[in-house]
Design a protein around this ligand. Structure first.
Ligand SMILES: Cc1ncc(COP(=O)(O)O)c(C=O)c1O
Length: 425
């Protein structure tokens, strides 16, 4: 299928004074989250019931997630960050334990580790699926390595065959941060069920959002109990094990989700598959057109079903003949919502490079990690090579065709655009 047959590509690019290619409304096409009368009804029910703190909707949400994942244990949290912290605590990480982590992720995949005195060890992310690179990971394993944080970045499942093999070989626990990957699967198994313990953030931009919320999932009842003791004051008192003795205190944290958020999370989870399908079909269409123009769009391999939390693509700027900045500016002039990727790499942040983490980390045995010289050239290059487009949950084919026309115009006229930006003399 050629999307561009009738495209007016001979037209002057907008950055050089031509008409923008994208003229259709984009607000509705990209509206997220989508809250409907189902969400309204669910929230109003909580308000009418009057229990805005411990309502049974929280348990119903956990039941929904048990059914969704097929796992026996679920514990709702007030956000994904607290669920990750509880997960790190639950698997028993101790001060000085090393944990293999990606640098290319949202900070909450990593920073809660520091509060437990555990030491994040940044690894390269591989450029194909943007998850942890198993070859690089193995080089960084020491006698202190205890766990791996896997992040299925932007909704693309990581290389789990190799990562699971490493975990088995070195007896490492896998914590899955599946916050971007609600509804994705790897070899027929859902993301969120691929490691020892998993977390979904349910923050407002996520694929099944609650507003603010998080969900912890696991197979092991001991992990669930530790997570309960960590901060779910409602549940500790219900435990029928010796852990109940912590009911008066928890471990100093409070992690319970608000019922209004839990109510929204339930209706959103019920619509997850349908909503993912809309994004997938739009972005598969757009990806086919962009791939035809030579732009890499992170298509999944056959054994992987990806979802699109965000849509990142990798143009070959050198062969197009434009710098990333000029390419993005020219697309923006065409009306495209093109942008740089959202997450700065963690290993380059002052929290690590300036040793600011020492304000919270209490490493044991006198060994203080030094992040000032960490270099991850593959991750840095991959991050540098990408740009972000909208996830188009509700776009029409016409709007997607306008995007393809914009890309083709900019690529076709790259030479003139480069001269415009004085990139060539
Ligand atoms: C990959 C990832 N992990 C964890 C979180 C933290 O979740 P929350 O914002 O719900 O605390 C987020 C995002 O918000 C995320 O994108």
């Amino acid at each position: 299928m050629n999307h561009l047959t009738n495209a007016p590509t001979a037209e002057r690019p907008a950055i050089l004074g031509g008409n923008p290619a994208v003229t259709l409304d984009q607000e509705a096409a990209n509206r997220w989250p989508v809250l409907t009368t189902d969400d309204e009804r669910a929230v109003i029910q909580i308000l009418r019931d009057g229990d805005i703190s411990t309502h049974s909707v929280i348990r119903q949400l956990e039941q929904d997630y048990r059914e969704f994942s097929g796992l026996p244990y679920a514990l709702a949290h007030c956000n994904g960050t607290s669920a990750l912290m509880a997960a790190f605590w639950a698997i028993g990480l101790q001060p000085g334990d090393e944990v293999l982590v990606p640098s290319a992720t949202f900070w909450a995949s990593v920073l809660p580790l520091v509060w437990l005195g555990a030491v994040p060890v940044f690894c390269e992310s591989e450029p194909e699926r943007l998850g942890l690179d198993p070859v690089d990971m193995e080089k960084r394993i020491t006698a202190c390595t205890k766990a791996i944080v896997v992040v299925h970045l932007w909704g693309m499942p990581s290389k789990m065959t190799e990562i699971k093999a490493l975990a088995q070989k070195y007896r490492l626990k896998i914590i899955e941060d599946a916050s971007h990957a609600q509804g994705a699967s790897w070899r027929g198994q859902a993301c969120g069920t691929l490691g020892d313990i998993a977390v979904f953030s349910l923050q407002g931009g996520k694929l099944a959002p609650a507003g603010e919320g998080g969900m912890l999932l696991c197979k092991d009842g001991d992990y669930w109990e530790r997570a309960v003791c960590f901060g779910d004051i409602t549940r500790i008192i219900e435990l029928e094990t010796p852990a109940r003795r912590f009911a008066a205190t928890s471990f100093g944290i409070k992690t319970r989700i608000a019922p209004v958020s839990a109510a929204i999370a339930r209706t959103q989870l019920a619509r997850l598959a349908e909503n993912n399908q809309l994004r997938n079909s739009n972005l598969q269409y757009l990806s086919a057109g962009l791939e035809a123009l030579g732009i890499h769009t992170f298509l999944p391999p056959p054994h992987v079903e990806r979802v699109y939390f965000e849509y990142l693509v990798r143009p070959d700027f050198a062969s197009i003949g434009l710098s990333k900045q000029s390419f993005i500016k020219a697309l923006q002039a065409e009306g495209c919502l093109a942008a740089l990727p959202r997450y700065p790499l963690l290993h380059q942040q002052p929290f690590f490079t300036e040793g600011a983490f020492m304000a919270v980390m209490r490493p044991q045995g006198g060994q203080t990690p030094d992040y000032s010289s960490v270099s991850l050239p593959v991750t840095e290059a991959a991050n540098d090579s990408m740009m972000k487009l909208p996830s188009f949950p509700w776009a029409s084919r016409e709007l997607l065709d306008q995007y393809l026309t914009a890309f083709e115009k900019v690529i076709r006229h790259a030479d003139k655009i480069a001269r415009h930006f004085d990139e060539k003399r």
